[in-house]
Design a protein around this ligand. Sequence first.
Ligand code: SDX
Length: 392
Amino acid sequence: TGGVITIDPGYKNTGSCQSGITFLDGEKGVLRYRGYAIEDLAEKADFLEVAYLLIFGELPTKEQLEKFHKDIKKESVVDDDVKKILDAFPKSAHPMGVLASLTNALTAFNPSSVNVDSEEDMYKAIVKILGKFPVLVAWTMRKKQGLPLDYGDSSLGYVENVLKMMFKQPNEAYTLNPIVVNALDKLLILHADHEQNCSTSTVRIVGSSHAGLFASLAAGISALWGPLHGGANQAVLEMLEGIRQDGGDTKKYMAKAKDKSDPFRLMGFGHRVYKNFDPRATIIKKAADEVLGDLGVEDPILDIAKGLESEALEDKYFVDRKLYPNVDFYSGIIYRAMGIPTEMFTVMFALGRLPGWIAQWREMRLRKEPIGRPRQVYIGENHREFKNISNR
Ligand code: SDX
């Protein structure tokens, strides 16, 4: 329209949309999904129930939840051709790269995820991806471990079967540990949505061109992978492990984090919106103590994390910048205690965030949002005459 263009790096002060899905109050550390407090949902609901709430806007009745799960189970198989693509990856491939590729491949094998102009077609695509994604998550891990791939046991619950597909060893009985099931269910709920974060904004903008649901999710997976975003949970464990191997000297790393000439940041600290405790970090920190205690796991990394946290909470640099532990600071400690490899941590974040991405994508399509296409302030060269190569 030729109006004034204001630049807002990282969109720190830009609202990209109106949404009724998730509410954050960064000053007060409040997080609600469709109006329900995250503390209530983490304690009283299960992950599939929360997925239904995020996507359709209401807590499901028993019958609605049963039908939702039944529809999802029907889709919990993956085309053999997708399996061939998985087999083509070298063991060294990072699981997030594998997951993004396989999710994109699903689009090629399931065109129905593209033409979703009807609510009915959208529902079909939604249950399809909710059925297939956990299989891809489990198979990505099994592939790295050189273990056989299977579909687990369809009589199990949604989260239970993810664990079975991930951990069942060949020719061994597999018993679900309720501590691990509850811990994973809670972690997935805590990761399920977070308004217009980097990966969700990516899913929305890709979907705004009317690219299919699966292709939009594949883009979100790539955005989540970054260490400033979901990749932080892996970076936190690598940081803590580094501190442990370096003798556990947290003060040295605190100094590095404050030294502007040093690119090192305290991973798992700080947040674009929360200028108070991330309510999810509070719940996860408590869960980490409980899970490690119940599993009888003594992990020196947890003590280092707590040491770093208490130092940062009293340090002027962190206090002045309102840098608190975020969702990624403690989650990896629980995943590690559950036997999940560090490289799989961000994949677990993606599994949790899947319903949120779907909900946000569906809202964007139902609200018929225009294609995302921001402007710029041009700072390049003025018009120049072309020069033939012989004159350059
Ligand atoms: C997630 O957006 C979401 O909701 C994301 C998420 C979700 O659920 O989707 O919550 C999940 O991504 C959590 C964040 C995980 N990332 C990390 O833990 C990486 C470490 N944290 C940061 O890099 C940083 O805090 C961000 C990326 C989280 C936020 O970055 P901002 O909002 O762009 O803030 P900034 O980089 O401008 O920092 C402001 C100041 C700077 O110092 P000054 O220039 O003012 O002197 O704080 C400093 C930064 O240098 N700072 C840090 C720091 N984080 C910010 N200094 C040291 N260590 C840190 N971790």
